[in-house]
Design a protein around this ligand. Structure first.
Ligand code: NAD
Length: 470
């Protein structure tokens, strides 16, 4: 047995472990009551503190905080409250004839002690969203938010301390070393949201204990705009999706493919809409946020410099201000394939555009890369849309819009391979934090009971008939 007594978080882990059955056996009503306390904290008690903390951390506009941090968690809670009774009920399944005399069902039981590690870009949404699923499923949870948004982490810590006893839910603040220390412990499930690079570290650590993982990762999400789309509407939606949160959104359009015939109109529509949304000078607009910190500012600035040295052409934007971590919404063409912008997930307000002649070119291009977290299609051509969907792979697809797939709790949210493993939201999130325990109950003598040793010809015949007919 491994000795964890040196681990800073072992006592907390053990405390939660010793309460896992008390928490796991709480009723549906008790769990919903707890979730409603969280809802009240987000909607009323802590709403202003959350808005202020996120503004301090990276000037997130209040409306974006309400829409993308608070609303999705409240909506998740409402969805769980309406459905949890059904999800927790014993789910009867059919009995094959060979097992006559028995009945079977599935019991969704909690996994146990869970760890949720979250990123900084939507810290409230991506910490409390999975927490809702974990509580619904009856787990105890340790939360580790990102060190990059400390003011928001502090408010989340206050909320957790206000609502929960730490034997049920605890939040631990701190640097990367905190995650590393936590990852040494034998959790029953780890739910990680972050980059594919760190996702691999998490999966490796989890494999030590055969801990199950949900990995909500990132990557480059392409957008395809064909020549049948309503260009003005497509451009508006893409600008909203790309520059929300200053481009620091996992499912934001990373780059755009447009049919070469519509390049000029696209640029024109883009410039007009950008000015309408963020004024002539976006640095003065209350609707546009900032890059989270100097490290990420410098990363994005180096991507821009790299593209410029490789003869990319900036059609709009390109201005930056290091003192304010400001990068102007930027539209950029002729970006070479080996540039940083095309090699890495951008995660900032820079949008490279590539032109294409035939749809097959795009399909081949997308399939030569890692599977994206999202793939967006703007087209009125149903046949072409189906062709793209059937011949590519992605975590999700939104047709004639972007980001919205995240908000429908009836849809599983997640990536595929490099963009993620496992799903979140609604029933899918609940299942991720549950073990589907199979239960079979024998009521009367069954066929199998007649087949026990010693074997003979009669028993062999029954087996032969069973294979043939049942
Ligand atoms: P990150 O991977 O750097 O960090 C995520 C979390 O992991 C943080 O809490 C951090 O403290 C921790 N961490 C960092 N390095 C670690 C290490 N070596 N060992 C253990 N823990 C470590 O990601 P980020 O910069 O916070 O977020 C951006 C990334 O997250 C992007 O790739 C984005 O696409 C992705 N993302 C995905 C989703 C999704 O739902 N799929 C949502 C938001 C962000």
């Amino acid at each position: 047995m491994t000795d964890y007594s040196d681990n800073r978080y072992f006592k907390l882990f053990e405390k939660q472990k010793s309460h896992q059955f008390t928490i796991g056996n709480t009723s549906c009503k008790t769990r919903i009551k707890k979730l409603k306390s969280l809802k009240h904290a987000l909607e009323v008690t802590y709403k202003d503190s959350i808005r202020e903390a996120l503004y301090t951390d990276f000037k997130k506009p209040y409306l974006e905080t309400d829409l993308t941090e608070i609303y999705p968690v409240i909506d998740e809670i409402n969805f769980v409250a309406s459905n949890l009774k059904t999800w927790l009920a014993k789910q009867k399944v059919d009995t094959p004839i060979a097992l006559l005399g028995s009945s079977s069902w599935i019991k969704n039981e909690p996994k146990g002690v869970c760890l949720i590690i979250s990123p900084w870009n939507f810290p409230v949404n991506l910490t409390f969203g999975p927490l809702v699923s974990a509580i619904a499923a009856g787990n105890t949870v340790i939360l580790k938010p990102s060190e990059m948004t400390p003011h928001t982490s502090k408010v989340m810590s206050d909320i957790v301390n206000d609502i929960f006893n730490d034997h049920e839910v605890a939040l631990v603040e701190g640097e990367v070393e905190v995650s590393q220390e936590l990852l040494k412990l034998p959790f029953n499930h780890i739910f990680f949201t972050g980059s594919p690079q760190v996702g691999k570290i998490v999966m490796k650590a989890a494999s030590e204990h055969l801990t199950s993982v949900t990995l909500e990762l990132g990557g480059k999400s392409p957008v395809i705009i064909d020549d049948t789309s309503n260009l003005d509407k497509a451009v508006k939606k893409i600008i909203f999706g790309k520059f929300l949160n200053a481009g620091q959104t996992c499912i934001a359009p990373d780059y755009v493919f447009i049919n070469e015939r519509i390049k000029t109109e696209f640029i024109q529509a883009f410039k007009t809409t950008l000015k309408t949304f963020y004024s002539e000078n976006p640095s003065e607009s209350d609707s546009f946020g900032r890059i989270v910190n100097q490290k990420h500012f410098k990363r994005l600035k180096s991507y821009l410099d790299d593209a410029s040295t490789r003869n990319a052409s900036i059609e709009f934007g390109g201005i930056s201000d290091e003192r304010d971590n400001y990068i102007e919404p930027t539209l950029i063409f002729d970006v070479s394939e080996d540039s940083e912008l095309m090699q890495n997930e951008i995660f900032g307000p820079i949008l490279p555009v590539k032109t294409y002649k035939a749809i097959d070119e795009i399909i081949d291009y997308i399939n030569s890369k890692e599977k994206p977290l999202a793939l967006y299609i703007f087209s009125k051509n149903k046949k072409r849309t189906t062709q793209i969907i059937n011949n590519t792979r992605a975590g999700s697809t939104c047709i004639n819009h972007n980001l919205l797939q995240f908000l429908n709790h009836n849809l599983p949210f997640g990536g595929s391979n490099n963009s993620g493993i496992g799903k979140s939201h609604g029933y899918f999130g609940f299942l991720e934090f549950s073990n589907q325990r199979s239960v079979l109950k024998q009521h009367t003598l069954g066929a199998v009971d007649l087949l026990m040793p010693p074997y003979n010809n009669f028993k062999q015949k029954i087996v032969d008939l069973t294979i043939k007919w049942f």
